[in-house]
Design a protein around this ligand. Sequence first.
Ligand SMILES: Nc1ncnc2c1ncn2[C@@H]1O[C@H](COP(=O)(O)OP(=O)(O)OP(=O)(O)O)[C@@H](O)[C@H]1O
Ligand SMILES: [Mg+2]
Length: 394
Amino acid sequence: MALDVGSSKIAALVAQTTAEGEVRSLGLGVSESKGLRKGQVSNLEQASFSIRRAVEEAEQQAGIPVESAILGIGGGYIAGVNSRGGLGLGNKPRDVTRDDVRRAVSAARQVRLPEGAEVLHVLPQGFWLDAQNGIRDPIGMVGHRLDVNVHLVTSPAVLAQNMVAAVNQAGVVVSDLVLEPLAAAECVLSRDERELGACMVDIGGGTTELIVYAAGAVRHTSAIAIGGDHFTNDLAVGIRTPIAESERIKREEVWSSAELGEQERSIEIPSVGDRPPRSVLAREVAEILDARAQELLNLVRREIERAGLWTAIPAGLVFVGGGARLQGLCEMAEKAFALPARVGRPRGLAGLGEEAFAPEYAVIVGLALYAGRAQQVLEERPTLSARLKGLFLA
Ligand SMILES: Nc1ncnc2c1ncn2[C@@H]1O[C@H](COP(=O)(O)OP(=O)(O)OP(=O)(O)O)[C@@H](O)[C@H]1O
Ligand SMILES: [Mg+2]
C-alpha cells in the first residue's frame, strides 16, 4: 500500500507487482483530510481517523487487508542540500568496487544538519574519478580517487514521527518514507525531461513543492508556503462569499480569459443567510485568482534562480497536484517564463481507473511505482537491501 496524506485529501492505493514486473493497482481509497495542516499533523485523532477511512476503502476495493504502507513525506519543512564526498583508492590506480561507491556516498552524506533534522534521501547526481566528472556508474572503472555529488533531502525528525504515529494509529505500519515530489516525478516526468532539465511543481492544498531535474538527476528540492487553498481564500474575501462557494467557482465556473477569450461572462452567486443572490463578472474572479497565480509563479522562479538552475531547465515546468488544474495556469507560466509548461498526469500504473488519471494523483501513483521498484530491487539483490534504502538513482 502507498499512502499520500495531504492537507486536502488522503489517498491510499493497494498495488501488486505482477510476474511480468508490471505494477498493477488493486484498489484506490480517497478521503477528505482532517487534522493536517501544511503537511504536518495538527490533530492526531482526526488525522488517523481520515487515514483509516482511505485505507479501508482501498482495502475493500482490493479485497485484501493490508498491514504496511510506504508513506509520502512532504510539506514546507523539507529541505534539500547538495553535498560532495569521496575517498582515495590507494597509491596505485585500481578498479572501483560497489563498496567504494557506498563509501563515497556515505562520505557525501556527512554534512552538518539543522538541529533535529534527519536525512530522508541521498540521491547521487554523478561521480568523479580523479579529474573526470559526470560519471553515472563508476563500478569497474579505474582511478586514484572517487568522489560523488549527492542531493540530500532532510526533514525534521518529529514531522515524520508524527505522521507515522497517525498512520500507526490508523492500524497501518509504515515500511518506508519517500519524499512526495520525488515519487510524483517518477510517474510524471519523461526520461527526456529529466535529462534535458525540468522542474516539477506540486501545487497542493496548503503548500507547493518543487523538484528540479537535470542531466538525469535531482538537483534541487524545496517548498513554498502557498497552495490552492490560498486561491480559494483570496476569492472568498475578494467577492465576499463563503469558502465552499468560492471553491466551487474556482473549480467549476469558467472564469479564465484563456478559456473565455474576449467574451464577458457573469457568474451567479447563490444567496447566503438573508442576502439576496447576486452575480460577479468572470473578469473579477480572474483578476483575483491570476494575481495569486502570478505571485506563486514568481516564487517558483525565485526558488529555481536561488538554486542557480534557471538556465538548466529548457524542458520547462510540469505542474501536478490539485492546484495544477487551475484554469489558465500553464498559459500564464509559459508567458511569464518563456518556457514550455504542461499539466502532469500519472503514468505507468496498470489497472488504474480513469478518474485517477489526474494531476492530484501523481504522488500516490508515484509512491506505488516506487514501492514496486524497490521490491524488485530487493528480490534481485537481497544482500543490498538495507543499504539501498535512500540510494535511489532516478
Ligand atoms: N479544478 C480545480 N481548479 C483549481 N484548483 C483546484 C481544482 N481542483 C482542486 N483544486 C485545488 O487543489 C488543492 C488540493 O490539491 P491536492 O489534492 O493535490 O492537495 P493535497 O495533496 O491534499 O495537499 P498538500 O500536498 O498541500 O498536503 C485544493 O486547494 C483545491 O482547491
Ligand atoms: Mg499533495
